[in-house]
Write a protein that binds this ligand. Structure first.
Ligand code: CP
Ligand code: NVA
Length: 315
């Protein structure tokens, strides 16, 4: 039995990430080319947190692959009343072809993946948002024609899921990843070390700085994210700390003239990004949001093709 999961960005090697991105481009050009879930086979899509893009894009992707997306609000399931993850997985993996889960701690997702006999996909944890980075990479390649060697700058909360996934997923793609964040909001050092190790093999690099201007200078992609992620509460203190890292026209003006702007959304105009930049001509946010669907469709097809469920199983 071989089961491939996508728990974090480095579950795909650089070559595998490229395979998924190439497939995403093919499935964007020909949306119904794969019927990998025909039957229909069911994919459980479960949420412990709010979602708009992830919910829509996974449901559309599964449906277009010929499958059935079973959306579960965790709070209304027995998991939400304390049933163990291990018992929940055993119900899902006997009936579903894959499990997509948005939850809190990464250890919850890792536990599910360690037990599941079907692929488990991280639809966002506190630590990583790897599906978003696949869509972002697809968008960057569409706009710039390549990935390796480009510079991507992320501004804001360096300790959140987006920063960590840009570090690991960006390094995997051979990007020069710059994280600009205030002291006290730096990325997890273990994740920085991991990204540096990957970058050493792909020709990319990793920089963590508190100098927003230097981080933006000459960059090909400027990205940001909410200053208050789901589950966080200290909004006022966080907004004060992050104010110098607002993505505005002045910072965009320091970037390469061809630079694009990314934001995973939802965005808070006037906080982490100005409306002028978010809705301006260099913004690629709507392609980025659409690419969630294409990238995740490719990911599901790829994971299912690489996974061999236990013999005698019907899912
Ligand atoms: N970018 C993203 O994951 O959006 P949702 O929270 O709406 O799913
Ligand atoms: N960092 C944000 C991303 C939302 C898609 C959060 O976790 O809330």
């Amino acid at each position: 039995m071989t089961i491939r999961h996508f728990r974090r960005d480095d579950d795909l090697t650089p070559a595998e990430q490229l395979e998924v991105l190439d497939l995403a481009d093919r499935l964007k050009a020909d949306r119904f080319a794969s019927q990998a879930l025909a039957g229909p086979r069911t994919v459980a899509v479960m949420f412990d947190k709010h979602s708009t893009r992830t919910r829509v894009s996974f449901c559309v992707a599964v449906a277009e692959l010929g499958g059935f997306p079973l959306v579960i609000e965790a709070a209304s399931s027995q998991l939400g009343r304390g049933e163990p993850i291990a018992d929940t997985v055993r119900v899902f993996d006997r009936q579903c072809a894959a499990i997509v889960w948005r939850t809190f701690g990464q250890e919850r997702l890792d536990e599910m993946a360690s037990i599941s006999r079907v692929p488990v996909v991280n639809a966002l944890t506190d630590e990583f948002h790897p599906c978003q980075i696949l869509a972002d990479l697809q968008t960057v390649r569409e706009r710039h024609g390549r990935l390796a060697g480009l510079t991507l700058t992320y501004l804001g909360d360096g300790a959140n899921n987006m920063a960590h996934s840009y570090l690991v997923g960006g390094a995997t793609a051979g990007l020069h990843v710059r994280i600009a964040c205030p002291g006290g909001f730096s990325p997890d050092p273990e994740i920085v070390v991991r990204a540096e190790a990957i970058a050493a093999t792909t020709g990319g690099s990793v920089t963590v700085t508190d100098d927003a201007k230097e981080a933006c200078r000459g960059s090909h992609v400027l990205a940001t994210d909410t200053w208050v992620s789901m589950g966080q509460s200290d909004a006022e203190a966080r907004e004060a700390a992050f104010a110098p890292f607002q993505l505005d026209s002045a910072l965009l003006g320091l970037a390469d003239p061809t630079a694009i702007v990314l934001h995973c959304l939802p965005a808070y105009r006037g906080k982490e990004v100005t409306a002028e930049v978010l809705d301006g001509p260099q913004s690629a946010i709507w392609d980025e949001a659409e690419n969630r669907m294409h990238a995740q469709k490719a990911l599901l097809v790829w994971l299912l093709a690489k996974s061999t469920p236990p013999t005698g199983r019907s899912t």
